[in-house]
Ligand binder design. Structure first.
Ligand SMILES: C[S@@+](CC[C@H](N)C(=O)[O-])C[C@H]1O[C@@H](n2cnc3c(N)ncnc32)[C@H](O)[C@@H]1O
Length: 257
């Protein structure tokens, strides 16, 4: 699928740091080699390869890999096209617009705090512009809010997605709060698909404690590494049982079919 929007870079300072350390190591290695210092030259050549390879992997993931992997995740969800979907920590809309393209009759909401440390050039205006460039401006809505206290009623969504967002919350207790919020706003029978680089075991445990079913975790492969396998992304999927006490369906998004 051709992308028309501009989605920036995830954690831009990490990408710049990898590239800067790699380039500096390369320079030191070349100078050492020029001065006939064999050992430092080899050591800095190793650092250069390591950090530049990390930068290349990170760059590929944030500009291409994550989009390809999310297309596959969304394909696997086999949406009907009339769902109400929430993207928690939607940023500039990479996943929000991808899911909205599949919603001929449904709608997608994005919620975010617009941190420019977590994504370059992050803002609600950019996300709205991307949605309109992708031809889905009429199927999305944007909310400014914290995913630990979602501004939506219980049982509002058929599907909650999130990509690389929840780990930005600093404690596991608060990450668990975000997961509990995602589960609260799901309709009975609704589904969750959360991709992240850290704490996914905490997400799975929290979902188990909340009574979620069909909880699964799986690695998303090299296309979703932020530099190396230790910063690889894992997908957590789960469902909300049909008959969870106290969760009646609620309509929230306007304009749904
Ligand atoms: C790395 S970006 C990923 C954005 C988008 N999901 C994507 O894949 O392109 C992480 C996003 O999480 C958002 N975020 C971080 N903490 C948040 C919180 N507590 N509530 C809502 N959004 C948050 C950031 O503002 C940022 O947009």
């Amino acid at each position: 699928m051709e992308r028309r929007g501009n989605y920036g870079y995830d954690a831009p300072y990490a990408l710049v740091a990898f590239a800067a350390v790699g380039t500096a190591s390369l320079a030191v290695s070349l100078v050492s080699w020029w001065n006939d210092s064999g050992r430092p030259a080899a050591m800095f050549a190793f650092y250069a390869v390591f950090f530049l390879a990390n930068a290349a992997s990170f760059f590929h993931t944030t500009t291409r890999g994550k989009f390809l992997v999310w297309e596959e995740i969304l394909d696997g969800l086999r949406l009907r096209g009339d769902e109400q979907v929430l993207d928690m920590g939607c940023g500039r809309g990479a996943v929000l617009t991808a899911v909205a393209r599949r919603l001929r009759a449904g709608r997608a909401a994005g919620v975010d705090l617009w941190s420019k440390l977590d994504q370059s050039g992050n803002s609600s205006e950019v996300t709205l512009r991307n949605a309109s460039l992708e031809g889905v401006g009429d199927r999305i809505e944007i909310h400014t809010g914290d995913m630990r206290a979602l501004p939506f009623p219980e049982g509002a969504f058929d599907l909650v997605v999130s990509s690389l967002a929840i780990h930005n919350i600093s404690s596991n207790a608060d990450r668990a709060k975000a997961i509990a919020e995602a589960f609260r706003v799901l309709k009975p029978g609704g589904r969750l698909a959360i991709a992240d680089i850290r704490a996914t075991a905490v997400y799975a445990r929290t979902l188990l404690g909340l009574g979620a079913t069909r909880i699964a975790r799986r690695g998303l492969g090299w296309r979703f590494w932020y530099g190396n396998p230790f910063a690889g992304t894992t997908l957590v999927t789960a469902s909300k049982p049909e008959a969870t006490r106290g969760t009646g369906p609620a309509r929230f998004l306007g304009g749904a079919a």
